[in-house]
Design a protein around this ligand. Structure first.
Ligand code: FDA
Length: 395
């Protein structure tokens, strides 16, 4: 005889644990299975080990999804304030960093322990190192063949996450389940990920590795972010690049304002009046890292000479160059380093109010497995909490 549960959840990550806790509180018998050896592995490594668990300012605009309205219901059913209240209930110390980002003061372990405590109920069972070999629809729900036995359930919740960081257990299993039940997919690609550069630029800029400064980056669709830009030995990274990568497609350029906090034409004109014999290199090195200016001169992108030799037209051209520095990335570092996966189960297939598949009663999805990706800044975990909560109320 197969073990029977009201709810089986595949994936003991952020969304799966939240869903298990909520379904358990409703008195549902719940089994959570995960092929990994422990729960919440991405939570543990997130935010440099301190987990940026949500943000004070959460809105549908902070998400990339083919249907921009889809996230609204879940985000309002379980808000950032609900999660902050849970954190407070468990006496977890947290701090606000820039842009309203909330991090644990001590360790991301606090979040995993909190979720496990919320799941601590006689009706919630967890199994690790547990593979799901087969899923079949039955008259009353679903039958799952596990590596240990066969279990049956009324509701099945798929919370297997995205493809980023395969070494932490990411698999395409959730997408395969969606396809098995005839649900459409939005094609997947790495998001919140560093850019790699073409050979010539990569070689030229490699020596700048480690240099960071604030910049505004604009994608071809007009989306802009202002945060730190970081040169790496492979290309470009830093929060501003991770953010814009979710709005970039191969072949496109990004436009970078290297000096977003000043009007370079005005600044250079003033410098020329005060220090006419000062070189362009020395003038710009007061505004940006000197090594960057040296590399741009060495590449022949800008020409060094005393400021007095620049006419107004040349100053305008120089300002345009630094305020609209264009670069065409070669690609991204891919799922190996990406924080999220763009695309996934098409949200048109799901009820935004319950997370249930419209054409497969009893089949639910939660978290990153669906076509919802948040900005950097705690938005992805907030989606996991909100969608996990909603699935947990309805599964
Ligand atoms: P998640 O990936 O958490 O969980 C999926 C679970 O399913 C895993 O436990 C996995 O083992 C399991 N699974 C997969 N395939 C399976 C199979 N075939 N059988 C059984 N189990 C299976 N976000 C944020 O808001 N703030 C932050 O600070 C960070 N930081 C961060 C750092 C890094 C390095 C990464 C890679 C990602 C982040 N993120 C983040 C993103 C965030 O971690 C991510 O969006 C959520 O963990 C998604 O939660 P899910 O529960 O959907 O998937």
């Amino acid at each position: 005889m197969a073990d029977k549960f009201d709810v089986v959840i595949i994936g003991a990550g952020a969304a799966g644990l939240m869903c298990a806790a909520e379904a358990g509180k409703r008195g549902r018998s719940v089994l959570v299975v995960d092929h990994g050896k422990k729960p919440g592995r991405k939570i543990l490594i997130s935010g440099g080990g301190r987990c940026n668990f949500t943000n004070y300012d959460v809105d549908a605009n902070n998400y990339v999804c083919r249907n921009p309205h889809f996230v609204k219901s879940a985000l309002s059913q379980y808000t950032q304030w609900d999660f902050i209240a849970m954190i407070a209930k468990h006496d977890i110390a947290y701090e606000e960093r820039e842009h309203g980002q909330l991090f644990c003061e001590d360790s991301a372990k606090d979040i995993v322990n909190m979720l496990l405590a919320e799941c601590d109920s006689p009706t919630v069972e967890q199994r690790y190192r547990c593979d799901v070999h087969d899923i079949r629809k039955t008259d009353s729900g679903f039958s799952l063949t596990l590596n240990t036995d066969t279990v049956e359930c009324e509701s099945l919740v798929v919370a297997t996450g995205g493809l980023s960081m395969p070494k932490l257990g990411a698999t395409p299993f959730g997408y395969q389940i969606a396809e098995q039940f005839g649900l459409k997919m939005v094609s997947t690609t790495a998001g919140l990920v560093p850019f790699t550069l073409h050979k010539e630029e990569k070689e030229a800029f490699a020596e700048l590795s480690g240099i960071a400064f604030p910049a505004v980056v604009e994608a071809e669709d007009g989306t802009t972010f202002k945060e730190n830009l970081l040169f790496t030995h492979r290309g470009l990274s830093g929060p501003v690049i991770l953010q814009i990568s979710s709005y970039w497609t191969p072949g496109q350029k990004v436009t970078i304002d290297l000096l977003p906090d000043l009007e370079l034409a005005e600044t250079l004109t003033t410098m020329r009046e005060k220090h006419p014999n000062q070189s362009l290199k020395n003038s710009l090195s007061r505004l940006l890292p000197k090594r960057l200016i040296e590399v741009l001169i060495a590449r022949g992108d800008i020409h060094d000479k005393p400021l007095k030799q620049f006419n107004p037209k040349e100053i305008t051209a120089m300002a345009t160059y630094f305020h609209q520095w264009q670069i065409a990335p070669n690609g991204t570092e891919g799922y190996r380093t990406a924080e999220v996966t763009l695309g996934g189960v098409d949200t048109d297939e799901l009820s935004s109010k319950t997370m249930e598949a419209k054409k497969v009663p009893g089949l639910f999805f939660a978290g990153e497995v669906m076509d919802v990706s948040g900005w950097l800044g705690g938005y992805n975990f907030q989606w996991a909490w909100s969608s996990g909560y909603v699935a947990g109320q309805n599964a």
